[in-house]
Unconditional design. Structure first.
Length: 178
């Protein structure tokens, strides 16, 4: 409630507050809200919620790939690389992000983990990218003497238990007698 010249008093609207004997109402600061009329304080947005503008009448939940870990949040934070979360209905307060398991990755702000593609791996949790499999050898192309056509050496794929998703390329070279 604010009073103008002690003649008349008026209730502060939603999203605003006033201290006793104030001459004006003030908007609630970002990260806080007020849903009721005639209040002397604003309420903090709880963990998992945010209010990104002053004068808010309510707080909002964070979307997938973001979270609000403390009270009074003015915006949601992106899930760090190697983590994710999802808010399918948009109603769940998101307070943290979950780690991606080994064999997958997630960049900042992800709503899911992605499995490492062929030729890449990671065997740790919380990874934002997959590493290139070691010892990869590309397919070689060369010309044999007395031929005009290239000879393609196709790789054999072998599994290695050290890096389960990695397949090593091993060249099988067959030379023809000229």
């Amino acid at each position: 409630m604010f009073c103008s010249g002690q003649v008349s008093c008026h209730p502060c609207p939603r999203g605003q507050y006033s201290l006793s004997n104030a001459t004006l109402c003030s908007p609630c600061p970002s990260g806080r809200f007020q849903a009721a009329l005639q209040q002397s304080t604003c309420d903090a947005c709880p963990v998992g919620w945010f209010a990104n503008s002053s004068g808010s009448t309510r707080c909002f939940t964070c979307g997938s790939g973001t979270f609000a870990p403390t009270i009074n949040h003015t915006d949601c934070q992106l899930c760090p690389g190697g983590t994710y979360n999802i808010n399918p209905d948009g109603l769940t307060p998101l307070t943290s992000c979950s780690p991606c398991p080994g064999g997958s990755y997630a960049p900042n702000g992800s709503s899911s983990c992605t499995k490492c593609p062929a030729g890449r791996y990671n065997n740790l949790t919380f990874q934002s990218e997959c590493l290139l499999c070691p010892y990869q050898v590309q397919v070689w192309i060369h010309y044999l003497p007395n031929t005009a056509s290239p000879v393609y050496h196709k790789p054999l794929w072998l599994m290695d238990d050290t890096f389960p998703p990695c397949w090593y390329r091993v060249l099988v070279v067959c030379l023809l007698a000229a």
